[in-house]
Ligand binder design. Structure first.
Ligand code: C2E
Ligand code: CA
Ligand code: CA
Length: 657
């Protein structure tokens, strides 16, 4: 506008038309100033006054358009063709140029161009130049059209910009709200963490309390269990626990086939003591009794207080029925000793009843009841006694104990003696040898079979001394010449063979008597080989090296591995009586014996046939190639003073002769 104003001023000065120019300039600056004011003010202004300012702006534009319009009109009459052309160009130029600034707002554009159009149109018409007037109008219509297009395009652009701006602000808003959400979330998380921590702590506390309570409860349960299963006074299991234990032990004993003993112990005179000395002394006496009972029992035994002055004992995995017998004796002995309680010396006795599994039954309660009954039987006999439930057992064990005690002194009292059973060679009709067999002449029991007392000697360990005595006896017998330089065989218990350096001891015995070792034979049984085989092998080899012979006794009664026969220095097999009895009518026995004979011959081992009692048996044995016979058919075991006559009388004839 200012440039246009400058050009107008140059043109007016050239045409010397200053007088009209002043108010043109004034109007120009006024409208420009107004517009500047509007622009400045609008920026600060409240939105609700925006339309008012807009109207001011349009009005200002209209004044400006009027200013330029009047300019051309006023100087029309000057007839200055250049100036007139110049003004027309200015007006048309402004109309064109205004598109770029005012077309964005069609109202403003029209306000600006309309006065100029009217002015130009009037000037051309007044000047009788209708063509120019029409051209001007057409031009303006054309410009208006362009302006409108511009306006539309601008508005479209504006909309896009607005949208973008909106989008941007939306995005910003979104980002802000997201950030807010994020911080909120973080806050929540923090809060949550705090809550979780609090909760965890609370839970831990609860847990602690719970553990404490469980611990307390366990202790209470333990106490309850103790009360249910233990006797507080003696700190021993009570009857209930005893029954449980017995039941379990019975199951195990059934599986293992072992023996169980139940003992019922009752104190004699306890009631009197309790009444006369008071409960305190009575209680302490029971405690002492419990202690003493424990002291005589094995760790594997179970002892319980049945109630009152009664105790029950379970003796497990016993070797035999004598064990409870021994324990009962110990109990009676230990309780019978004086007690010193609270300054009082107290004497108390006891009675013991014993029941046995499986002999008396297999029910826990029954066994306890039986032991109780047996205890009453023992009490009947008098204080400090014991009794088995089955009286047979009581007697049997008592007998056996008597026997044992008698055996302990038998050797010293010279009650043992040896008998010698001849062995006959039926081919040569000569005496092959003798087997030495022990006899016990007990002044109390009479003559007792070795089958009965040898096991007792073994169990009591007396076999070592007695065994030594037998060897010395036999060596004396050989040395005396009564055996007529035939072999004499000695039965060895497996226990003897297990004694360290027993072979050396035997050698010393033989050397001492000067007996020819080849006249001494030792009989062993398979039981020796079943134990420590290599030890047995060594022992037998030593004996064999001494020059003695070795016989395997009772052959055919057990499982004899033929391997033994090849590995061990065995000279003789003694075929057991069970294979000989009725052999003449038993085909299977004949087959077995035939096989044994064949095998022995191939191994260079001799056979002795034991227990031949009849001529029929002898005949069959002879037919099966048997040569050496030991049996009642020829002779029972002989006492020493019968041996001479044995040699002097002719042998019984054999069928084979
Ligand atoms: P054993 O070693 O098998 O002894 C043979 C047993 O059979 C002897 O019985 C003998 O008298 C018996 N007997 C012999 N011929 C006949 C017969 O024709 N018919 C019948 N029915 N019996 C016959 P005994 O003397 O009673 O000895 C029995 C067992 O005692 C012996 O069996 C042996 O194992 C053991 N024994 C005997 N004396 C001793 C010994 O001094 N020491 C050792 N450790 N054990 C011995
Ligand atoms: Ca024998
Ligand atoms: Ca035998």
């Amino acid at each position: 506008m200012l440039v246009v104003g400058l050009l107008v001023w140059v043109a007016f000065t050239y045409a010397q038309q200053h007088k009209h120019f002043t108010w043109f300039i004034l109007l120009l600056f006024l409208s420009i100033g107004g517009r500047v004011l509007v622009i400045i003010y609008v920026k600060k202004c409240n939105e609700k006054y925006l339309s008012t300012f807009a109207n001011f702006y349009v009005f200002g534009t209209f004044i400006l358009g009027l200013d330029f319009a009047v300019l051309s009109y006023v100087y029309f009459d000057l007839q200055n063709i250049e100036l007139r052309t110049f003004l027309t160009i200015v007006n048309l130029g402004l109309i064109t140029a205004a598109i770029s600034t005012l077309a964005v707002w069609m109202r403003a554009y029209i306000a600006f161009v309309l006065p100029q159009l009217i002015a130009l149109f009037s000037v051309f018409m007044l000047n009788e130049n209708p063509y120019a007037a029409v051209t001007t109008v057409l031009y303006l219509i054309f410009m208006m059209f362009i302006a409108r297009n511009f306006n539309i395009k601008f508005k479209e652009g504006r909309v896009l910009i607005d949208e973008n701006i909106k989008l941007m602000s939306d995005m910003e808003k979104e980002i802000v709200s997201r950030k807010k959400a994020q911080t909120k979330l973080e806050e929540y998380q923090e809060e949550l963490e705090i809550v979780v921590n609090d909760r965890t702590r609370a839970l831990e506390k609860i847990n602690e309390n719970l553990n404490e309570q469980i611990q307390k409860r366990l202790i209470i349960e333990e106490e309850l269990e103790y009360l249910a299963y233990y006797d507080e006074l003696t700190d021993m299991p009570n009857r209930s626990l005893f029954i449980e234990t017995l039941k379990k032990s019975l199951l195990q004993a059934k599986r293992n086939g072992s023996l169980l003993g139940v003992m019922f112990v009752d104190l004699d005179r306890f009631k009197k003591i309790n009444d006369s000395h008071g409960h305190f002394i009575g209680d302490n006496l029971l405690k002492e009794v419990a202690k003493r009972l424990k002291s005589v029992l094995r760790d594997s035994d179970t002892i319980a207080r049945n109630g009152g002055d009664e105790f029950v004992i379970l003796s497990e995995s016993m070797k035999d029925a004598r064990e409870p017998f021994v324990i009962a004796n110990k109990i009676i002995e230990v309780i019978n000793q004086k007690f010193e309680i609270g300054g009082h010396v107290i004497h108390v006795g006891s009675s013991v009843g014993i029941s046995l599994y499986p002999l008396d039954g297999d029910d826990a309660l029954e066994l306890i009841k039986m032991a109780d009954t047996a205890m009453y039987e023992a009490k009947k006999i008098g204080s400090n006694n014991f009794q088995f439930y089955s009286s047979a057992m009581s007697n049997q064990i008592k007998d056996r104990l008597k026997l044992e005690n008698a055996l302990r002194v038998a050797l010293d009292r010279n009650e043992f003696f040896l008998v010698y059973q001849p062995q006959v060679n039926i081919v040569t009709q000569e005496t092959y040898g003798f087997e030495a067999l022990i006899r016990w002449n007990s002044p109390e029991f009479g003559v007792i079979s070795p089958v009965k007392f040898i096991p007792i000697l073994e169990e009591t360990g007396l076999i070592y001394d007695v065994g030594e005595w037998i060897i010395l006896e036999v060596l004396d017998f050989i040395k005396s010449g009564k055996s007529n330089n035939t072999k004499v065989s000695i039965n060895l218990s497996a226990l003897q063979c297990g004694v360290t350096n027993y072979s050396t001891q035997i050698k010393r015995f033989i050397d001492n008597t000067g007996v020819d070792p080849s006249l001494v034979e030792f009989e062993i049984t398979e039981s020796l080989l079943i134990g420590d085989f290599s030890q047995a092998e060594m022992f037998l080899t030593d004996i064999s090296n001494l020059g003695c012979t070795i016989a395997l006794d009772d052959f055919g009664t057990g499982y004899t591995s033929f391997e033994y026969l090849t590995k061990l220095p065995i000279d003789v097999i003694k075929i057991d009586r069970s294979l000989i009895t009725d052999i003449h009518v038993k085909k299977n026995l004949q087959n077995i014996v035939k096989a044994i004979v064949t095998m022995s011959e191939s191994l260079g081992i001799e056979n002795v046939f034991e227990g031949v009692e009849t001529a029929d048996e002898l005949e069959m044995v002879s037919r099966l190639n048997g040569k050496v016979i030991q049996g009642y058919y020829f002779s029972k075991p002989l006492e020493i003073d019968q041996i001479d006559s044995w040699f002097n009388t002719p042998k019984k004839s054999t069928q084979s002769n």
